[in-house]
Ligand binder design. Structure first.
Ligand code: GLU
Length: 537
């Protein structure tokens, strides 16, 4: 084998333009934990002025889930992880629609890029060619055990309490003889000849060198019985052919590094920088799951246990994509200063892959919502209203075909809540009372503020005084209310609380007089009348 030093491109990150990729298998909608690795790859490529690719690893045909590809592409789009190269419209149309479901062409670029196809299922000839090169060079061999035989061997190893290692039975069978058996139709796989003793050295940008004992390693399969390559071969071939310089992938692949380094050495190819990104845990320190935040960006994930649909942060919960982007970048990475709020451009400028943490990243939902609140408050009010309006429509508070006046009213209502919301999905609950003919009165609040002696008279007088209040603005409403309150011998909270409950049904909400100004005179008077009825009942 070629000495490793001559083919490892670099161990540390540098500022050279990096070509990185996200290489999902279309087996479901990706959750935020998976996308965090994509996001780091994206930031590295953008920071160094390189390229970010999307490659679809669809060689395991039994695990394809229709619709998953659409969700993957829609998630990248929604999060703002625009890829420079990846599946294009024509190649998506070429893949079997029944297997993948359809992908909205609007999400796809017209052209894919110069290194395609970006579906592994369309690169099978190339894998075959690489496998043949290895066979011809005596670096790989055909093996003829059936699946059943292998399972029996595995079971026997288990009984002995040993890890299963293939016994290399066909390693020395002459190639001509093996080829003859293949031609005669014998079921077969192809395996790589791994070193049988001594150290195997691998490198990782975060961990440096790791030395593995060759006797713990298998002559692993590089071409399966169905003619498809496994991940180990396909990913290495593609990363090489697509000129990927930095392979950022999940920590679960770390233990496969000896396979990958030996394969690349056998091929004499330059070894890219590998960086195994640590796992993502929830705030409870447990593996990210539905309960602690493993949700998709858009679309739904099926809960593996209950079959329940888990909806997305962006399209369902109303987390802004830019806030999710910001939050995810800080799951397992930090700029080295105590900074929480960094928009995409700033993250790109500051990103340093050497600072990716070696311990698991924490996806903390409270922090995500707090960050989202900051982003919501920073939106221009019109933009905030534009983004929140669909949530009100979905909840049936504003008609889909609302006229200009209704849209303006909704925008005024939303402006009152912009400071207070953590997600857009909270908007309907927070503003519902603005849109009903009369609010629903919370019984406890009504008992506390409308029922006591004198409340009915106070509210009734206030109604009378507000009939002529002019202009109808927060300032005038406030002075009228305070005047009437004082006439009734009331002070501070005794002035405002009954009125708040009367006009909104609840004790908490936006600033009282602003809220009354937005509600408008008609609604306020009708609500005061209703509150007086409740007070007297
Ligand atoms: N298809 C692999 C996965 O989904 C990709 C791993 C990699 O990035 O190389 O885990």
């Amino acid at each position: 084998m070629t000495p490793i030093e001559s083919i490892v491109s670099d161990i540390k990150m540098s500022e050279k333009p990096a070509r990185t990729r996200y290489a999902p298998s279309p087996t479901g909608s990706p959750h935020v934990g998976n996308l965090r690795t994509a996001l780091f790859s994206y930031l590295l490529a953008r920071h160094t002025g390189g390229q970010f690719l999307l490659r679809v690893e669809d060689t395991d045909q039994t695990r394809l889930v229709p619709g998953a590809l659409q969700d993957i592409i829609a998630s990248l789009r929604a999060l703002g992880l625009d890829y420079d190269e990846g599946p294009d419209r024509a190649s998506v149309a070429r893949v079997d629609a029944a297997k993948y479901g359809t992908v909205d062409p609007a999400l796809l670029p017209e052209e894919g890029g110069a290194y395609g196809p970006y579906f592994q299922s369309q690169r099978l000839d190339r894998y075959r060619e690489v496998v043949d090169t290895l066979l011809d060079a005596g670096k790989a061999y055909y093996a003829f055990e059936t699946k059943e035989e292998l399972e029996a061997m595995r079971a026997a190893a288990q009984m002995r309490g040993e890890p299963f290692l293939y016994n290399r039975r066909y390693r020395d069978l002459p190639l001509a003889e093996a080829r003859k058996r293949v031609e005669d139709g014998a079921p077969h796989v192809v395996r790589l000849k791994m070193p049988t003793e001594g150290p195997i050295r691998t490198y990782d940008a975060l961990r440096g060198e790791t030395v593995w004992d060759a006797t713990t390693q298998d002559d692993f399969i590089i071409l399966k019985a169905d003619g498809f390559p496994p991940y180990h071969l396909a990913a290495m071939v593609d990363d090489h052919d697509m000129e990927i310089t930095h392979v950022l992938r999940g920590e679960e692949w770390l233990s496969s590094s000896p396979k990958h380094f030996c394969l690349l050495q056998a091929l004499g190819w330059e070894i890219p920088v590998f960086l195994h990104v640590p796992y993502v845990l929830g705030a409870d320190g447990k593996k990210l799951s539905k309960r602690n935040g493993a949700k998709p960006v858009v679309g739904v994930i099926k809960d593996p246990k209950t079959g329940e649909d888990i909806p997305g942060y962006v399209d369902h919960d109303g987390v802004l994509p830019e806030a999710l982007f910001n939050h995810l970048a800080l799951v397992g990475w930090s700029p080295g200063e105590d900074l929480e709020i960094m928009p995409k451009e700033e993250l790109i400028a500051r990103f340093d892959a050497n600072r990716i943490s070696r311990s698991p990243g924490i996806f903390d939902l409270d922090k995500l919502y707090a960050t989202n609140g900051v982003y919501l408050r920073a939106l221009a009010p019109e933009d905030f209203a534009r983004r929140a309006l669909p949530y009100l429509a979905k909840a049936g508070l504003v008609p889909e075909d609302a006229d200009d006046a209704a849209v303006q009213y909704a925008a005024d209502v939303l402006a009152l809540e912009q400071e207070r919301l953590k997600t857009l999905a909270e908007a309907p609950q927070a503003t519902e009372f603005f849109f009903r003919d009369l609010p629903e009165y919370v019984e406890k609040s009504a008992n506390k503020w409308l029922k006591p002696q004198g409340a009915a008279e106070y509210l009734s007088d206030l109604g009378a005084a507000l009939v002529d209040a002019s202009p109808w603005d927060a300032q005038t409403i406030e002075s009228v209310t305070r005047e009437v309150g004082a006439r009734h011998g009331r002070e501070r909270g005794d002035i405002t609380h009954p009125v708040r409950v009367a006009v909104s049904g609840r004790e908490a909400g936006p600033s009282l007089f602003d809220m009354m100004a937005v509600l408008g005179r008609e609604r306020v008077l009708a609500r005061l009348r209703r509150a007086v009825e409740i007070a007297r009942a």
